[in-house]
Design a protein around this ligand. Structure first.
Ligand code: HDE
Length: 710
């Protein structure tokens, strides 16, 4: 492992700050929490060797009491997460748009902590459930903490915070039997979706391959809401934040996802940890979509509507900086579990918009920490502590760590010299954007929020053929699990409003008819308009065009960096064949894992000892991006069911397979057709051809004629 900590220390103020709390027990005595050295950590104090335990055993009581209280409530959403430390570097000053220090000063390396998460599953659920992924970034800036609490999908399911508890109650395991775990619920979730058509855009994204990412390192991130940037002169622009992964955007296929969930539920977590550990630091570029204030009403969707994105054709994403994750946490609980994000953690130069979903979030995130972390002092927990100085008159409460000196805990004061004093704007004081609001108090939703189908139509138009096929299959799979036809029909109706072809395929697969019309209940507020007729979803604008970047295909970087390639060998493997491929694959940045029937080491045909990474008991093709079988494999492997299954399954999942020399005998023993043209099945081809095949992405055409029953 690289000693990133040492390199970082020169620049990373947060790592230096965390050092204060790091405890190492090397060469130390075991003690109680009071510092008393413990002489026997194995036996409780008893009345006689076989007698009852004595209440006076304070050592036992302390140990057990602490243990009894070790758990805190998991997050109500985004419970399962993985975190990492890193830095953010700016390419070019954005002072034209914002005065935020970390977006102005290119010499700064702003420390960050990032937490990725699934949304629906609990803390111990699987990484590869079909779900949205959280992508929350905490910037420890010199002006205080800025949190960009986003997701890997650019739109949200609902438009108003008022619907969030309903939405989440529908998506979480059903309350009577607490099923299903990890994935979104079936009857309740789809019931909600069918009654709230604004969900259809986000649901379409989740049903696409974006819902089953290959790696956390290979996902985009989106701030979703429109925020504001404010420059030194007080001028405001609207902005949407994007994270673009340097490794491109990749997913697994559904059959693979379900198998990974069983074989390695920690697949994403492990991948992130191991890559950071090995020095393959994941990187994302920060992109800004900036909309001048005067263009607020220029588009046929509302910038304040979180179910809408701004197509990159309308407003290009300006790349302004780079995020690098370069250090794993020291302690999962202390860092990943206790980190507390909040979209209301702002720095001067960034402000909110009036997006009604964002507005509700501003309340929720502090509130939830009170029950999760247990005290309003959660900002003192080391991972949450600002590197900018914190001084105010807030005092006391549970687990207060700071020892505030002095008599005065009020403002204004004269006894404390007026301190801490307010900052003028020129001194870095935060002032909310001076937006003019002249309105009536009203519980309603803007008419400009009522087009629910045009953007999902744009999304579906933009998918490549196989992406669309996967999305249709996912809709069909999830809806097949729903027990009520009227729910399935209503969803198919909404789909028909978006794309009739998609709707027909889904309806056919799940065996329902698409209703011509469905009566929607009033799902928007009735304060201003009590006529249910006025609350039916509007037809989609006739969207013909595509938006290129909505397809994952547009984000393939054409390389194989950090991909894991399985190499199936045995004793006497042809070392030339093995090394020729391995060398080229590793030079291109992939990592190779040796698979052999038994663990330990094998001996190549020249007598070299080769370490085995996976044996036939542990191996599974779903953990590899591609498989290579070198020349010189034994008859045992040729006839072994595990070896046959490995190739069959890799083929089924459309992965590249390279076969060299006598390994053809194994190929012939599988269900893989060898007489068809297949760009990713390489027999006696060069390592470079193999690299090209992996880099070009999966051969999805194989799905059109499935032949492998694996
Ligand atoms: Fe969250 N969300 N959310 N959310 N959210 C939480 O805060 C909430 C929303 C997101 O790794 C909770 O500390 C409301 C949108 C992420 O710790 C909670 C609404 C987006 C994370 C909460 C939303 C998100 C959370 C649970 C609608 C994408 C995980 C624990 C009004 C832009 C952060 C916590 C982490 C977590 C509330 C909508 C992203 C309950 C009320 C939109 C990535 O406060």
């Amino acid at each position: 492992m690289k000693d990133q900590k040492k390199d970082d220390k020169n620049v990373n103020k947060k790592l230096v700050d965390l050092e204060k709390n790091i405890s190492v027990s090397d060469n130390q005595f075991l003690t109680t929490n009071q510092g008393l050295k413990i002489n026997d950590n194995n036996n409780s104090l008893k009345a006689g060797e076989r007698g009852p335990t004595l209440l006076e055993d304070f050592i036992l009581r302390e140990k057990i009491t602490h243990f009894d209280h070790e758990r805190i409530p998991e997050r109500i959403v985004h419970a399962r997460g993985s975190g990492a430390h890193g830095i953010f570097e700016l390419y070019e000053s954005q002072s034209e748009f914002t005065k935020a220090g970390f977006l102005n000063d290119t010499s700064r390396k702003t420390p960050v902590f990032v937490r990725f998460s699934t949304v629906a599953g609990s803390k111990g659920s699987t990484d590869l459930a079909r779900d949205v992924r959280g992508f929350a970034v905490k910037f420890y800036t010199d002006e205080g903490i800025f949190d960009l609490v986003g997701n890997n999908i650019p739109v949200f399911a609902i438009q108003d915070a008022m619907k969030f508890p309903d939405f989440i109650h529908s998506v979480k395991p059903e309350p009577d039997h607490e099923m299903p775990q990890a994935a979104s619920a079936h009857d309740t979730f789809w019931d909600f979706v069918s009654l709230v058509p604004e969900t259809m855009h986000m649901v379409s994204w989740v049903m696409s391959d974006r819902g089953i990412p290959k790696s956390l390192r290979m996902m985009e991130g989106f701030g979703i809401h429109t925020f504001r940037l404010i420059n030194e002169k007080g001028k405001s622009s609207f902005v949407k934040f994007h994270w673009k992964p340097k490794l491109g955007v990749h997913s697994v296929c559904w059959d693979e996802a379900t198998k990974i969930s069983g074989k390695d539920p920690d697949f994403h977590r492990r991948d992130l940890w191991e890559n950071i550990d090995q020095g393959n630091f994941p990187e994302w570029e920060l992109g800004l979509q900036i909309v001048p204030e005067q263009d607020e009403f220029k588009y046929d969707f509302d910038l304040l509507d979180p179910t809408k994105l701004i197509p990159e054709e309308l407003v290009p994403v300006k790349i302004v900086g780079k995020l690098t994750l370069n250090r794993n946490p020291e302690n999962f609980f202390a860092e990943t579990e206790q980190v507390a994000f909040h979209p209301g953690h702002l720095v001067p130069g960034i402000d909110f918009s009036n997006d009604p979903l964002l507005q509700g979030r501003l309340f929720s995130y502090t509130d939830t920490q009170l029950s999760r972390l247990g005290s309003p002092n959660f900002h003192e927990i080391p991972i949450n502590r600002s590197v900018a100085p914190v001084h105010n008159n807030q005092r006391d409460a549970h687990m207060r760590m700071t020892v505030n000196k002095g008599k005065t805990a009020y403002h204004p004061n004269s006894l404390g010299g007026g301190c801490p004093y307010q900052a003028m704007i020129a001194e870095g004081g935060f002032a909310s954007f001076n937006e003019r609001i002249d309105a009536q108090k009203i519980r309603n939703r803007s008419e400009s929020f009522s087009d629910h189908f045009s953007q999902p139509k744009l999304f579906m138009n933009s998918l490549s053929e196989h992406e669309k096929r996967h999305m249709i299959n996912a809709f069909a799979f999830e809806l097949s699990k729903v027990n009520y036809d009227h729910i399935k029909e209503r969803v198919c109706h909404h789909l028909s409003m978006i794309d009739i072809d998609v709707a027909k395929k889904v309806a056919d697969e799940i065996g329902v008819k698409i209703p011509g019309k469905v009566e929607m209940p009033i799902n928007q507020a009735i304060g201003a308009d009590e006529n249910p007729k006025n609350h039916q979803p509007k037809d989609a604008n006739f969207v013909k065009e595509k938006s290129e970047k909505l397809s994952m295909e547009a984000h393939n970087k054409g390389d194989i960096k950090t991909r894991v390639i399985g190499i199936l060998c045995d004793n006497n493997v042809d070392e030339d064949s093995l090394n020729q491929f391995k060398k080229v694959l590793e030079k291109e940045g992939a990592s190779c894992k040796i698979i052999a029937p038994k663990g330990g080491k094998i001996k190549g045909n020249k007598g070299t000892e080769i370490k085995v990474d996976e044996n036939f008991l542990t191996v599974t093709s779903v953990c590899f991006e591609a498989v290579f079988v070198p020349n010189g494999i034994s008859n045992e492997v040729v006839n072994h069911e595990v070896a046959k299954h490995l190739l069959n399954e890799a083929f089924k999942h459309c992965k590249a397979i390279a076969i060299d020399g006598n390994a053809k005998k194994l190929l012939e023993n599988t269900d893989i057709p060898t007489d068809k043209d297949d760009k990713s099945l390489l027999v006696d081809k060069t390592p470079k051809d193999f690299v090209k095949a992996i880099a070009s992405g999966r051969n999805w055409d194989r799905e059109l004629h499935p032949v492998v029953p694996a």
